[in-house]
Design a protein around this ligand. Structure first.
Ligand SMILES: Cc1cc2nc3c(=O)[nH]c(=O)nc-3n(C[C@H](O)[C@H](O)[C@H](O)COP(=O)(O)OP(=O)(O)OC[C@H]3O[C@@H](n4cnc5c(N)ncnc54)[C@H](O)[C@@H]3O)c2cc1C
Length: 403
């Protein structure tokens, strides 16, 4: 791209997993089109796509009529195949979901129902069988086993997809921030371009960019920070992922054990309300306007208290202490080693969409668009798992809008 406004058929803002898989799907549909993906950062994976848990979810958490349910099962299968074909790391270790009290038992029934409706394998095993697989389990009331849950290395996959895109003559540029609209064009860094169609896959900033195009009028992103504790040693007796039964009224799955693709054990994540969009640590990414905006939205959530936000916020803040997080994990299974062997890993931030009209969280993926632009909002977990079939679906929606 240069300053003379070259023609680009499709301009995608954001080179995360969503932007790149959408670019690849557009290439499949439009072999001759010029496609550009721009990202403000210097390298791939600086935000959610490089900072997530790396779990390929199976698809039993989501109601059957949701987009998440539609794409998780197939996304899991497609991402596993992609990893196999490219020789990328994958740990097909599976996952236990553990009920520790009576309330959890009702939650488990709902998970079984959703697994059936979504055609996802979810086995009920006895606590004894579960203990044979994970001797460190703590006195479970009931246990489910998901054989198709796996873990991958998200950064490795994203780098491979960027390479695929470049090989398919998709122009992927880093250090190219979207800076706003200018007449019929778009300002990208110091350049101005006039793309045929704009696709906004900007993660934490997608709502602000959407507003420049007249969309996301009653929606706003509120950031939630996810922190993990990492176990320093590889020799431990936890051979798979272990999750609690989640409260399906809130979008977070609760503190769990993740066994990464390279066998590292992690506990987390938290879901702490972040004070600005890129509030990873200290004052990184600080923007005063951003903070005031986010604080205003969090204040409204605190006041109106939808989905018990007040309780959630206090519970999550308490998890910032290592001891508290380890205690929560020990309800599922005894954490190996002394507390000093657990260290905080890099934070990730969820770009969670909020309805500003009633202060409720949007639970499903969300998108808006017209014949000129398309905006992908709320690509929250399990967005990484869903990426391939979700990108196909998004491109179908764009085709309908531009017909
Ligand atoms: C803590 C955490 C744990 C998670 N765990 C899982 C999991 O286990 N499994 C799973 O399936 N999903 C998980 N997810 C969800 C998953 O990571 C996301 O759904 C997915 O990464 C979203 O991808 P994206 O491309 O929309 O966003 P991003 O990866 O954030 O990409 C957006 C890109 O847009 C760029 N950008 C932003 N503004 C601009 C601008 N103005 N100009 C140019 N570029 C811009 C950014 O630099 C960024 O690279 C998790 C997420 C988090 C935060």
């Amino acid at each position: 791209m240069n300053k003379t406004s070259p023609t680009i058929d499709f301009l995608i803002i954001g080179a995360g997993i969503i932007g790149i898989t959408v670019a690849l799907e557009l290439r499949r549909r439009h072999p001759q089109a010029s496609i550009s993906v721009v990202d403000k950062e210097a390298t791939p994976g600086c935000h959610a796509s490089g900072r997530n848990s790396g779990v390929l979810h199976a698809g039993f958490y989501y109601p059957a009529d949701s987009l998440k349910a539609r794409f998780t099962r197939d996304g899991n299968r497609m991402m596993r195949r992609y990893c196999r074909e490219r020789g990328l790391s994958i740990n097909p270790c599976g996952k236990l979901v553990v009920a520790t009290n009576d309330k959890d038992l009702a939650g488990m029934d709902l998970l079984r129902e959703r697994a059936r409706a979504n055609d996802v394998i979810l086995e009920t095993i006895t606590p004894g069988e579960a203990r044979e697989r994970v001797p460190e389990l703590r006195d479970p009331r009931a246990v489910l086993f998901s054989p198709t849950t796996a873990t991958v290395n998200p950064g490795e996959i994203l780098a491979s997809l960027v390479k695929d895109a470049r090989e398919q003559h998709i122009d992927v540029r880093f250090h190219k921030p979207y800076r706003g609209r200018q007449g019929n064009g778009i300002r990208l860094g110091n350049d101005r371009v006039e793309p045929g169609y704009v696709i906004n896959a900007a993660g934490l900033h997608a709502d602000a960019i959407a507003r420049d195009f007249g969309f996301s009028q009653t929606m706003a992103i509120v950031p939630f920070k996810g922190l993990y504790l990492k176990y320093a040693l590889k020799n431990h007796a936890i051979p798979m992922n272990i999750y609690p039964v989640p409260d399906l009224n809130n979008p977070f799955l609760g503190v769990h054990y993740t066994l990464t693709a390279d066998g590292t054990l992690k506990i987390g994540p938290t879901a702490i309300p972040a004070l600005w969009r890129e509030h990873y640590h200290g004052f990184s990414g600080f923007k005063a306007g951003d903070m005031l905006d986010i604080l205003r939205r969090q204040g409204a959530m605190f006041w109106h208290d939808p989905f018990h936000f007040r309780t959630l916020a206090f519970q999550e803040l308490a998890k910032m202490r290592r001891g508290a997080l380890l205690r929560l994990a020990s309800r599922l299974a005894t954490p190996p080693g002394p507390a000093a062997a657990w260290h905080w890993g890099p934070a990730g931030i969820r770009a969670q969409l909020l309805r500003t009209t009633d202060h409720t969280l949007v639970m499903d993926f969300h998108f808006e668009g017209d014949q000129h632009s398309f905006h992908i909002l709320n690509a929250v977990s399990p967005g990484f798992t869903c990426a391939f079939p979700f990108a196909q679906f998004l491109c179908e929606q764009m085709a309908v809008l531009t017909k």
